[in-house]
Structure formats: structure tokens, C-alpha cells
Design a protein. Structure first.
Length: 127
């Protein structure tokens, strides 16, 4: 297997950089959808709850908060999966620090879910 090295002196700029970054992001989202059950579940949650958020009589700021916390769950899942990929890239042997890194990523996802639940309850709870 040949390994290419990244040329830090010859990075794309301008619109080409934006195009390539978007292409890389779409490839990552596609991979996540095909390979990560948690991502599929969280994406389904997002797709179900965004339309539900329009049912409630909330201010624009509250409505934005309802949607942002759902996107934040997806964000933390992406970061968690990136941590897992890097740990697995370094080595597949069992090591306490590898387990800790993966557990911390999982904890971040759990915290994002708690933040979303608290936000939704705080905004939608009848006074």
C-alpha cells in the first residue's frame, strides 16, 4: 500500500477550496449514513422533529434553538465518529487510552442529547 503525503505548501484556495471541502463533507455524510447506525437514528430524529417544531407557537429565537440543538446532536456524532476512526487508525489493540477516547466521544453525544431534551422541554413546557 502506497501512502501519499499531504503537501502543506500547495493547498487549494478560493472557490476551488470551497468546492473540494463541500465534496469531502458530502463523502463523509454518505459514509456516516452507510456505516453508522447512531448517525441514522439521529438523522431520523432531526428529520422528524424539525417539521414538528413548526407546530408550536414559538418566537424565531426559540424555533432556531429547537433546530440548532438537533443539529448539534449530528455535530457531536460526527466528532465522535472521527475520534473513533483516528483511534482505530492508530491501532486495533485494546488500550485503556483508546477506550477512554472512545468513551469520551460517546459521552459528548450523550451530553448533546441531554442538551436537546432540556432545550425542547424548556421551550415547549406549558407555563
Amino acid at each position: 500500500m502506497t501512502t501519499e503525503k499531504f503537501d502543506t505548501n500547495n493547498k487549494p484556495s478560493g472557490l476551488k477550496r470551497i468546492y473540494l471541502a463541500s465534496k469531502n463533507s458530502m463523502r463523509a455524510f454518505s459514509w456516516l449514513y452507510k456505516n453508522e447506525a447512531a448517525f441514522k437514528q439521529e438523522l431520523l430524529l432531526l428529520l422528524l422533529l424539525v417539521p414538528v417544531s413548526f407546530i408550536f407557537n414559538t418566537s424565531i429565537i426559540e424555533h432556531a434553538a429547537l433546530i440548532i440543538v438537533l443539529i448539534f446532536i449530528i455535530f457531536t456524532e460526527v466528532i465522535n465518529t472521527a475520534i473513533e476512526a483516528v483511534v482505530d487508525r492508530i491501532g486495533l489493540e485494546i488500550h485503556p487510552l483508546s477506550g477512554l477516547a472512545k468513551d469520551l466521544g460517546s459521552a459528548a453525544v450523550s451530553l448533546s442529547l441531554i442538551i436537546a431534551i432540556i432545550t425542547w422541554c424548556a421551550i415547549l413546557w406549558p407555563e
